[in-house]
Design a protein around this ligand. Structure first.
Ligand SMILES: O=C(O)CCC(=O)C(=O)O
Ligand SMILES: [Fe+2]
Length: 372
């Protein structure tokens, strides 16, 4: 990418950030009332409960019209089909290439925890046996990202990462594994507002996108119920192991949060034309990529030793709706406790997996593809 294009991208990013800061975060949001436990649980019980749809060989136009613009979660089962990462990346690969590095782990709510050697951490992860959804160990620490300085992070986001000297695992890995992965084949090449790419194409392997991370986690590890900080879309690209959990419709944001945390939460109204209360369960397998649509609440559980790559984005076409939604609801949040452990919610998902439709394995997520 040319020097001028990079500079223009940087100016665009700063402009978008300043505009959001000035218009969204500085504004007082109107309170939307409160929702209590009993009502929250009743809403979750009555919600439509289904599996995230799985597709293969989907075109950019179809993906955009059926899923991205409508904020429907989807799993693209052949998502990694053109990534060398599928063959190259493994726990051994990362232990061999980066094992001597120190990494800072996080808890289930993204808060920094202990610092350990990467090789040691990976050895611990792979030894742990697979679990079922709902079996968690909240003390397990999680490797998501290790950014050693904010300034360096900015240089990576503007495409100068290859010139940066760094001792941080995420940055070093980003520099070294660039050839092994790329923009998923079903995502548009151009027309992004976050990160700012106009004109030109987005190469997320050259320019570090928002919330980029190479995630390593053990069976039983969890990322608690949350909405991503920027309320942008995320792609969760699964290289090894299985992850499961749920995504909630916009209308259930308040109810899900309230159920997870106990007490009360802000009651958030439905948004857009799709007003139904929905819970989507997912079982993400190696080789697959899931879209977590912008602004939706989700919780993620690792069921077997896992390597994932993730990043966030917003396209030009989504921008007005993205912006409106974020002005209504504010920034993302993370719940104080996981929703998987709430007994009433447990009953909902356990009953649903016992009555799984034909073709959906009851033990989905235990290494067996859930849709056959
Ligand atoms: O894969 C995970 O555990 C969590 C992914 C996610 O939702 C995030 O990083 O925001
Ligand atoms: Fe997330």
């Amino acid at each position: 990418m040319g020097l001028l294009a990079n500079a223009w991208n940087a100016v665009g990013d700063i402009g978008v950030w300043a505009y959001e800061e000035a218009t969204i975060y500085r504004r007082q949001r109107q309170s939307m009332g409160r929702i209590g436990q009993a009502e929250a649980l009743a809403r979750l019980q009555a919600a439509e409960y289904g599996h995230v749809e799985r597709v293969t060989d989907i075109s950019v136009a179809d993906f955009r019209d059926r899923f991205l613009l409508r904020r429907q979660p989807v799993i693209v089962a052949d998502g990694l089909r053109d990534w060398q990462a599928r063959e190259l990346w493994s726990f051994d690969y990362f232990a061999r290439e980066f094992g001597d590095m120190q990494v800072q782990l996080q808890d289930a709510g993204f808060r920094p925890r202990s610092e350990v050697g990467l090789r040691h951490y990976l050895e611990q992860i792979v030894q742990r046996p697979a679990v079922q959804l709902g079996e968690m160990d909240l003390d397990l620490e999680y490797l998501r990202y290790t950014y050693d300085s904010y300034f360096k992070h900015l240089l990576f986001t503007w495409g100068y990462g290859h010139r940066v000297k760094t001792g941080s695992f995420s940055f070093r890995a980003f520099q070294q594994i660039r050839e092994h992965w790329g923009r998923p084949y079903f995502l548009p090449a151009a027309g992004y507002r976050i990160p700012w790419v106009q004109p030109g194409s987005l190469h997320p392997n050259e320019r570090m996108c928002q919330d980029w991370g190479l995630y390593f986690s053990a069976p039983g590890a969890c990322t608690r119920l949350h909405v991503d900080g920027m309320r942008s879309n995320a792609v969760l690209c699964q290289i090894a192991g299985v992850k499961s959990g749920w995504i909630f419709s916009p209308s259930l944001e308040g109810a899900a949060r309230c159920a997870a945390e106990g007490g009360e939460a802000e009651a958030l109204p439905p948004s857009g034309s799709d007003t139904a209360d929905r819970i989507w369960r997912f079982d993400l397998q190696p080789g697959e990529i899931m879209l977590i649509p912008r602004g939706l609440t989700h919780e993620v559980h690792t069921l077997s030793p896992s390597i994932s790559l993730t990043y966030n984005f917003v396209t030009n076409e989504e921008w007005p709706a993205y912006f409106r939604y974020k002005s209504e609801r504010g920034a993302g949040w993370i719940a104080k406790a996981p929703i998987a452990g709430v007994p009433e919610f447990k009953r909902i998902y356990q009953a649903a997996s016992q009555s799984a439709p034909v073709g959906v394995a009851a033990n989905a997520g235990m290494g067996v593809p859930s849709l056959v």
